[in-house]
Structures are given as structure tokens and as C-alpha cells.
Design a protein around this ligand. Structure first.
Ligand code: PGA
Length: 248
């Protein structure tokens, strides 16, 4: 596992964009994209490179990690919409090349199975962007999730609903269910790129990287993967034992 600690969020974005750019330039690639606040500066950096440096996503395709159950695709907070407004609509990544679970499917369980199969039949994900929840979740795999789980319908933890309430008018509007790639699904991506910024992630990041591998901290499954890059700012890295490692 490579841990990069950067002085500022802007440096985190550059460092993460460097990892993704190397894949995108290498040929046809399948990206695993995450939503939430954390990857937004990285997406902005990639958009800048597209506009100013000719970085092309024309040969890329992408799968999202997760989606709320019950929000229409057109809802501005559906992850279908968010990934387009934050990233996809600003680059030459074809809209049809970006897949996500259908949160309004009549049968969400069946949709989860379909999505899992779609990822597999595409040959899997080359590099998966991950954020980390303040409770240690990745995707919407909340504490207690089985470490080998596949794409499934899950319940959002109350901590997650509280954390995500900022995107909605009130916490009552935050969906309670999701479809998320499972921890086993995520672990099949060939390279995991975890981005963490801000002091609110410090405890979760330390537990994920230095604590036991346990479903109490879903992100601890990163320890089971042989190709992981963690990029954190100093605030998120403040509880890491090797806080000097790679420090900018
Ligand atoms: P955030 O969410 O980037 O909005 O903090 C991360 C996550 O919940 O995975």
C-alpha cells in the first residue's frame, strides 16, 4: 500500500489526477468513479487537464460505486446526476459509457444483481476512486457489512444520512436505502485509489489503515488488496502512525 500525504487539498487533487491520468492515457480503461465531496477537486483537475492539456477520456468508460434507491435519475442529488454535473458533462467521456445502478428500478435487488454482472462482463474496473465515510464506509458499505459482499441493496447508517443531509433540504429527504457495489466487488478492482481530506476523516482513515480488518470498519478491506494508493491531506492523515511517510 502506498500512502501519500499532501499538504493541501489542491495537492491531493493533483496527485490523484496523476494516478487517473496515467490510466486514461494508457489506452481503453474502465474507471470506477465515486461521488461525494472528496473527489470533486480531483475531477476539477481532470477537467482542467482535458481543457488545457488535451487529456481525452474518449477511450474510457466508467462505473459508479453506488446510488440512492428511490431518487429519479433527474433528481439533482442522484449520483447519476451528480457525476455528470461534477465531471462527465465537462469532458469527452461519452454519457452512455458511464454506468450506475438504477435507483428507481422496480426491483432494486434484481437491479443490484444486474449491475454486478455488468461490471463483470465489462472485464472489471481498472482503477477505483474511493472516498471514506466518517464511519469508515466505502461506497455505501456501512459498518457491519460482510467483507466479501457483492453489489446489494443496503440501508444507510444514520451517521451517513446525517453527513449527507447537507446535500438535501432536510435530513428527512435523505434516502434510507441504496444500491452499492459490495466490499467483495470493490476489492476486485485492480487498483484502489482512496482519497481522504479533512479532520473529520482522520479517525476512520487510521482505523482503516492501521486497525484490524473488520466489518466494523468496512474500509479496512483495503488491507487485503495488493494495489492500493491512499492520498490524504495532513488533516485526514493526522492519526496515521506513519504520518511522515511521503509528507509534502
Ligand atoms: P464525502 O463522502 O466525500 O462527501 O465526505 C465520502 C464517502 O461517504 O464515501
Amino acid at each position: 500500500m502506498e500512502i501519500r500525504i499532501e499538504a493541501h487539498v489542491a495537492h491531493v487533487a493533483v496527485s490523484a489526477a496523476d494516478v487517473l491520468e496515467s490510466y486514461v492515457r494508457s489506452g481503453p480503461v474502465t474507471l470506477g468513479l465515486a461521488t461525494g465531496s472528496t473527489p470533486v477537486p480531483t475531477y476539477r483537475e481532470l477537467i482542467r487537464r482535458h481543457r488545457e492539456e488535451g487529456l481525452s477520456f474518449a477511450r474510457s468508460r466508467a462505473f459508479l460505486l453506488d446510488e440512492y434507491v428511490g431518487l429519479a435519475r433527474s433528481h439533482p442529488e442522484s449520483y447519476y446526476s451528480v457525476i455528470r454535473s461534477e465531471f462527465v458533462s465537462h469532458v469527452d467521456l461519452a454519457d452512455t459509457a458511464v454506468q450506475s445502478p438504477a435507483g428507481q428500478a422496480a426491483d432494486p435487488e434484481q437491479e443490484a444483481a444486474r449491475y454486478e454482472a455488468a461490471i463483470r462482463s465489462a472485464g472489471g474496473v481498472d482503477v477505483q476512486v474511493l472516498g471514506i465515510g466518517s464511519n469508515g464506509h466505502i461506497g455505501f458499505n456501512e459498518p457491519g457489512e460482510h467483507l466479501d459482499s457483492r453489489t446489494h441493496v443496503g440501508l444507510l447508517a444514520e451517521q451517513t444520512r446525517t453527513d449527507n443531509a447537507r446535500f438535501f433540504e432536510s435530513i428527512d429527504d435523505v434516502p434510507r436505502r441504496c444500491i452499492t457495489q459490495g466490499l467483495g466487488t470493490i476489492r476486485e478492482a485492480r487498483h484502489l485509489l482512496l482519497i481522504a481530506t479533512g479532520a473529520a476523516k482522520a479517525d476512520a482513515l487510521a482505523a482503516a489503515l492501521h486497525g484490524p480488518v473488520t466489518s466494523d470498519c468496512p474500509a479496512s478491506v483495503l488491507q487485503l488488496h495488493d494495489h492500493v494508493t491512499v492520498i490524504a491531506d495532513k488533516a485526514a492523515a493526522s492519526r496515521l502512525q506513519r504520518a511522515g511517510c511521503g509528507a509534502a
